[in-house]
Ligand binder design. Structure first.
Ligand code: ADP
Ligand code: MG
Length: 295
């Protein structure tokens, strides 16, 4: 393409809410055949709310929320925001105790000490790894919530798993249409998430994605991109989180949600300014039109 065509394409992109790192990005955009979509914050709004509380015998709702919320107050994860907010609302004073020794366990959850209790909040695996098993009634509640497409967060303290808190995140109203448009351009969408398989399958079904890669630790998202590339696919990755930055950089084309973290925006080749996934399809159409190739 001529420099003029690339400049025109870049300008048209800006009108569509697509910011390119440089005009040459249009070349890789054109060649992509697979689009890997991060789930939380990319396909879904990423704004979670507490929608269910399940407790072991002898545990109160106030106690479970207080211990989990106090710890999550120190985390920036969307799940943490939901739990800290709900816990603050349940406190008569509106304030939560300060945790000690707060530690983020990437892709699994958080741990720390609250009012002398050693507390774990996160995926079941976080607790299982430390010898804590869910009682059968809580395991059943967790399974039911996940089958319904919600995220179940397990809370344990003083050596036992004692509560399951259910948080829900809504699919963005534009995501299903975005997936339809990507498919119409001949691209294969893939959903990638650290969340559990049942939640991922439920979101994938809602937006029309067949290929789901779930329960992936943050540091393994890059390996997923590399594996798809090794299969001979030309991979675009769309993401918003700190978690997604390495995969965005490794992908043939990294698309960052403009509503996401600075780390993702810096790692991407282009930014979807409005955080609307439909702009990913616009970017590909624009690249093909600018470079004069119909595939
Ligand atoms: P995603 O890839 O969907 O953006 P993450 O990799 O950030 O998800 O996290 C994967 C999973 O780890 C979450 O779905 C959740 O179950 C658990 N998790 C991570 N951080 C937290 C936290 N602060 N509190 C509770 N659970 C967490
Ligand atoms: Mg995300």
């Amino acid at each position: 393409a001529t420099p003029t065509a690339l400049m025109v394409g870049t300008g048209r992109g800006a009108q569509l809410g697509i910011l390119l790192k440089g005009p040459e990005v249009l070349e890789t955009t054109r060649a992509v055949d697979t689009v890997v979509l991060d789930k939380t914050g990319t396909v879904t709004t990423g704004v979670m709310t507490l929608t269910g509380v399940h407790l072991a015998d002898g545990v109160t709702r106030a106690q479970a929320l207080r211990l989990a919320g106090a710890l999550e107050h120190s985390s920036e994860h969307p799940i943490a925001r939901a739990l800290a907010t709900a816990a603050q609302e349940a406190e008569p004073t509106g304030t939560l105790p300060a945790p000690e020794g707060f530690t983020n366990v990437p892709g699994l959850g958080v741990r720390g000490s609250v009012e002398g209790h050693s507390v774990l909040v996160g995926r079941e695996r976080l607790l299982n790894d430390r010898g804590q098993q869910l009682p059968p009634a809580l395991a059943a509640a967790k399974d039911a919530a996940e089958r319904a497409g919600h995220t179940a967060v397990v809370v344990g303290w003083d050596g036992a798993a004692r509560a399951v808190l259910v948080v829900s995140d809504a699919v963005k109203p534009t995501s299903a249409e975005a997936v339809r448009r990507l498919r119409a351009l001949g691209l294969t969408p893939v959903l990638l998430t650290g969340d559990n398989r049942a939640v991922a399958e439920s979101v994938a079904a809602e937006v029309g994605i067949d290929e789901v890669i779930a329960e992936v630790l943050p540091e393994d998202k890059v390996a997923v991109v590399e594996r798809l590339q090794a299969e001979g696919r030309s991979v675009a990755m769309v993401g918003d989180g700190v978690n997604d930055a390495a995969a965005l950089a490794r992908a043939d084309l990294g698309l960052a949600m403009g509503t996401g973290t600075d780390a993702a925006i810096e790692a991407g080749d282009l930014t979807l300014v409005r955080g609307d996934l439909r702009a990913a399809a616009d970017a590909i159409r624009l690249a093909r039109a600018t470079l004069g190739t119909i595939r």
